[in-house]
Write a protein that binds this ligand. Structure first.
Ligand code: FES
Length: 65
């Protein structure tokens, strides 16, 4: 399902960013451009991040160079 229509990014891609270490909406935007257009999807991206990394277990992998 598309989360960001401006950048044509799906929920699967946002979750992949999170699993790769993106911990904020801004980081997701840097990695896949989601949320960098009109901004209308930023709350949904944040919810996907929160679901991927619940606060008590937030420990994303470090981004490899
Ligand atoms: S729908 Fe994601 S930035 Fe516009």
């Amino acid at each position: 399902m598309y989360v960001c229509f401006c950048a044509a990014v799906t929920d699967v891609e946002v979750r992949a960013c999170a699993m790769d270490g993106a911990g904020t909406v801004e980081e997701v935007g840097e990695w896949c451009l989601a949320g960098t257009g009109c901004g209308g999807c930023r709350e949904h991206i944040a919810a996907l991040l929160a679901a991927t990394w619940p606060a008590e277990s937030w420990e994303p992998l470090q981004r490899s160079a």
